[in-house]
Ligand binder design. Structure first.
Ligand code: URA
Length: 261
């Protein structure tokens, strides 16, 4: 994983409006730990596939097929198939207007899964999630808790851009839901960060406003994966005052990852 320089880290914290007080004499002797700005001992490395599948490595001994754990190769194949299906999807009308679908980016072995709303203009062009201005804000949010983009997985509720960036429609979210469910099942993240109302409502199967959903402990329905709800980075660009609450949410993500490492 790429390590942040101190000046990069400070720039990201500043983008999040997070004040950093560094006593002059301490700064000279002990630079801040660039990977753990909250002072925690969060493990940021992405587990190698073999670490995540210790049990599967052992399973090469002959065992009954019905009790065998799925192999690493099977998981990789399922993931490739899922990507293939998304790239060719025509299940809703958005395929008619998209440039290309946006499957998601990052590590399939990530401990943190971030779920946004839908690709915007830049994402539709590049086929990558969160690469426009909101993406830069998301990168700052992650960096504020010591995470690089390639250490997490970033996906959206909708894989295709709604024309003129209009809100996702119910039927479009329903058509796309299977892909998101499959991504969650394959990644098996330890924590999900839902950014924005559509993501939070879709994941939690609730229709409350974002202000009512954030700041509470949720788990994915039918599962025990903690879901932290926060503001969408695009909203933070329009409403910088909401960064303080977002910082509280990010600290919760950091604590949950720390608690489970
Ligand atoms: N907004 C989102 O919700 N997702 C993106 O990928 C980009 C902007």
């Amino acid at each position: 994983m790429q390590k942040l320089t101190e000046s990069q880290r400070l720039a990201y914290l500043s983008a999040m409006d997070i004040d950093v007080f560094v006593p002059r004499d301490v700064a000279a002797v002990a630079p801040l730990d660039a990977t753990t700005p909250l002072g925690g001992s969060l493990k940021l490395s992405v587990p190698a596939p073999e670490q995540r599948h210790d049990d599967e490595a052992v399973s090469s001994a002959p065992i009954a097929a019905e009790t065998a754990t799925p192999s690493v190769a099977d998981a990789a194949r399922r993931w490739a198939l899922l990507q293939h299906d998304v790239q060719r999807c025509t299940q809703c009308r958005l395929h008619e207007t998209r440039t290309r679908p946006v499957f998601g980016s990052g590590s399939r072995f990530a401990r943190l899964l971030i779920i946004g709303e839908a690709p915007g203009a830049e994402e539709d062009k590049q086929g990558e999630p969160f690469v426009g201005p909101a993406g830069q804000m998301l990168t700052s949010m992650l960096s504020a808790i010591g995470l690089a983009r390639d250490a997490v997985f970033i996906a959206n509720v909708l894989k295709c851009r709604p024309p003129q960036n209009r809100d996702p429609r119910g039927d479009e979210m329903a058509s796309c839901r299977g892909y998101l469910t499959a991504q969650i099942a394959e990644i098996q993240p330890e924590v999900i960060l839902a950014v924005g109302r559509f993501s939070a409502q879709q994941l939690l199967d609730l229709d409350q406003p974002l202000g009512k959903l954030r700041g509470k402990a949720h788990t994915l329905p039918g599962d025990d994966i903690p879901v932290v709800v926060t503001y969408h980075p695009a909203y933070l660009l329009r409403t910088p005052a909401a960064k303080a609450k977002t910082w509280q949410d990010l600290k919760r993500v950091h604590a949950l990852l720390g608690a489970q490492s």
